[in-house]
Design a protein around this ligand. Structure first.
Ligand code: PXP
Length: 239
C-alpha cells in the first residue's frame, strides 16, 4: 500500500490570513500523524506566505514519522535544510507570483544547479526527491543526477477539463511511474489530488507515497484533521 504524506501549508495560510497565532500547522502535523499519516510536508517559500521558519523547526522536533521539506534550490533554503535536517527534501520550482507550485522542475534547463544541490544535501545524509512533470526525459535526468526519488506532478491530470485530456495526462503518469521504477528511483506523486482523483491510481502499485495537502486541509476544516486524513488513508488502501 502506498503511504500518505500530509501537507499542512494551508493551515498556515489560514493563520497568515489574519497574522494570528492559530491555527497552528505544527498541531495539524501532529494530528495528521495521530490519524496514521506516514509523513508531514511543509513548503517553506521564499516569501514565507504560509509556512514560517519557526513551523519547520518546531515540526522537526515533534514529527515522529517523517518531516518532508519542500523547497526551492536556493542558497538560503539549502542553508536552512542543512541546519534543520528534515528526513526528506523535495526540490520544487518557485515563482513569487504563482498561487501554488505550477509544474515540475525543468531538469533540462536547471540540470547543473539542481545536481549540485542534490549532491550537497544527499552528502549530508538527507535523501532528495525532485518534483518533475510526467515526462520520460525529466525522469531520466533525475536518475542521472542521482536523486533518491522523484515526485511526479499530478496537477495536469487533476486539473484536466475533459475526460480525454484526463486520460492522456493519466497515461503519461503511468508511463513515468513505470520508467522511474525501472530506474530504481523512489516514486512519490502529488499536487491537486483529492478524494475523487486518488481513485484513478488503483493498480498503480509502484507509487511509494502520495503527497496531498489542499484537499485534506479543506476537508479537515469541516470534519476535523483526523477524520479527513483517515478518509484519505482508507481510499489509498483500496487502490
Ligand atoms: N507536492 C508538491 C511538490 C507540492 O508543491 C504541493 C503543493 O504544495 C503538493 C504536493 C500538494 O499539493 P496539494 O496541496 O494540491 O495537494
Amino acid at each position: 500500500m502506498a503511504g500518505l504524506a500530509v501537507n499542512v501549508d494551508h493551515i498556515a495560510t489560514l493563520r497568515e490570513a489574519r497574522k494570528s497565532k492559530y491555527p497552528d500547522p505544527v498541531a495539524a502535523g501532529i494530528l495528521a500523524e495521530f490519524a496514521g499519516a506516514d509523513g508531514v510536508v511543509v513548503h517553506l517559500r521564499e516569501d514565507r506566505r504560509h509556512i514560517q521558519d519557526r513551523d519547520v523547526r518546531m515540526l522537526r522536533n515533534v514529527v515522529q514519522t517523517k518531516l518532508i521539506l519542500e523547497m526551492a534550490s536556493t542558497a538560503e533554503m539549502v542553508g536552512i535544510a542543512l541546519d534543520v535536517k528534515p528526513d526528506v527534501i523535495t526540490l520544487v520550482p518557485e515563482k513569487r507570483e504563482e498561487l501554488t507550485t505550477e509544474g515540475g522542475l525543468d531538469l533540462i534547463v536547471h540540470k547543473h544547479t539542481i545536481a549540485e544541490t542534490v549532491d550537497t544535501l544527499q552528502n549530508s545524509g538527507i535523501p532528495v526527491s525532485i518534483f518533475i512533470d510526467a515526462d520520460p526525459e525529466q525522469i531520466k535526468l533525475a536518475h542521472k543526477i542521482d536523486a533518491s526519488m522523484v515526485e511526479i506532478h499530478t496537477g495536469t491530470f487533476c486539473d484536466a477539463s475533459t475526460a480525454d485530456k484526463k486520460e492522456r495526462a493519466f497515461n503519461k503518469i503511468v508511463d513515468a511511474v513505470k520508467l522511474a521504477r525501472k530506474l530504481k528511483l523512489g516514486i512519490n506523486a502529488g499536487h491537486g489530488l483529492c478524494y475523487k482523483t486518488i481513485k484513478y491510481f488503483k493498480g498503480l502499485f509502484e507509487i511509494d507515497e502520495f503527497s496531498i495537502g489542499h484537499s485534506i486541509v479543506s476537508r479537515a476544516s469541516l470534519v476535523g484533521m483526523e477524520k479527513a486524513v483517515q478518509e484519505m488513508i482508507r481510499l489509498i488502501k483500496t487502490l
